[in-house]
Design a protein around this ligand. Structure first.
Ligand code: KG4
Ligand code: ZN
Length: 339
């Protein structure tokens, strides 16, 4: 299908604390807007669901109008309207799903309900340079999830492993809080770690077995908590760098060995933590050494966004007619093929 004939989709993402709307044609992002709620939740040190859904309600219509105005696209030209169905916070999901369904019904176009994790998983292929999604090993690494997923082809996925406790992003946020950095801590640790020594403090690497692909980050967080009272002076940059190195070590090693174990030549890395500069560098080096092709999500598509939701919707429309109007928002929606 030529780029001009590729479906045009308006997509909405409201699964957590970002209200996001995007207009996507094929693998081209025509416009994408994200209204971050970070400042609203910062005083609480985490996301407050009630605050999130109220903010989504006030932002959703202006963002849809803005995206359409920026591109000059008439709503009648849309081939479908998509929204994240789950997983996520129910009251937050409902706002995006209701808005998308309303628009789809009004326009007489299909509503496409998308799994948020499928959005992250396919996001490394959501740009004009990467080519379409191919059989690959995906690492989804975000604030809520840390999973290795075998992408057989679009719509056919197998969960290889997940975290047994905290997600990697959650560990970044909790350790940042312990050392007095603001929420969300991931980007703060990334920045601070650039001035630190990653070998200064030896922190644990969980479940090192060659064929153990499960993750666990709560022990690492606890190790930082016990180390803290023993430190004095200006230790924060070294601690941030040492903690980050421990997380990155585990993520890189398990991803590369899982790619080998499952016979994948391509590795895709996505989710908020995949924005981490050290992870991007180390994963690129390790994949090059192992002869693997690395597809990293574009930095602006790593944290929650609507472009990745629109991209999944387009893949589905290209496979055949879609009608998800009867599908409900589901806070614990499983990725297709979840075991
Ligand atoms: O994908 P995302 O926006 O939301 C979920 O689906 O969870 O990921 C947010 C997470 C937060 O934990 C945030 O601290 C982390 O991604 N994050 C980072 C970086 N940027 C965002 N973690 C480490 N380094 C970064 N540069
Ligand atoms: Zn996410």
């Amino acid at each position: 299908m030529s780029a001009a004939a590729a479906p045009l989709v308006l997509a909405i993402e409201t699964s957590c604390d970002e209200t996001a709307v995007a207009l996507v044609r094929g693998s081209t992002l025509l416009a994408g807007e994200v209204a971050s709620q970070v400042a609203l939740h910062q005083p609480f040190g985490g996301v407050v669901p009630e605050v999130a859904s109220r903010s989504h309600l006030s932002k959703i219509k202006p963002l849809i109008d803005l995206v359409l105005a920026k591109t000059g696209v008439e709503p009648g030209r849309l081939d479908g309207v998509a929204a994240t169905l789950g997983p996520g916070l129910l009251t937050a999901l409902l706002v995006g799903v209701a808005a998308a369904k309303g628009l789809a019904i009004g326009l007489g176009r299909p509503f496409i309900g998308v799994n948020h994790l499928e959005g992250h998983l396919l996001s490394p292929f959501c740009n004009d340079e990467s080519g379409p999604p191919v059989r690959s090993l995906g690492l989804i690494v975000s604030g809520g999830h840390t999973q290795l997923v075998l992408l057989e082809r679009v719509g056919v996925y197998r969960i290889i492993s997940r975290t047994m406790d905290d997600a990697a992003g959650e560990a970044f946020d909790k350790v940042a809080k312990l050392i007095g950095l603001p929420y969300p801590g991931g980007p703060e640790i990334d920045r601070l770690a650039r001035q630190g020594d990653p070998d200064k403090y030896r922190l644990p690497r969980s479940m090192p077995g060659e064929n153990n692909f499960q993750f666990s980050f709560s022990g690492l967080k606890t190790a930082v908590r016990y180390l803290l009272p023993q430190l004095s002076g200006d230790f924060r940059a070294d601690l941030a760098a040492s903690f980050q190195e421990a997380v990155v070590d585990v993520l890189v090693r398990k991803t590369v060995s899982a790619a080998r174990a499952y016979g994948c030549d391509v590795v895709g890395v996505s989710g908020g933590v995949s924005c981490n500069s050290r992870l991007r560098t180390r994963m690129a080096e390790a994949c090059a050494d192992a002869g693997l092709t690395l597809r990293l999500a574009r930095p602006d598509l790593t944290t929650d966004n609507a472009a990745m939701i629109g991209f999944v919707a387009i893949q589905r429309l290209q496979q055949g007619p879609v009608d998800d109007l009867a599908a409900d928002a589901d806070p614990s929606l499983a990725l297709a093929g979840d075991e």
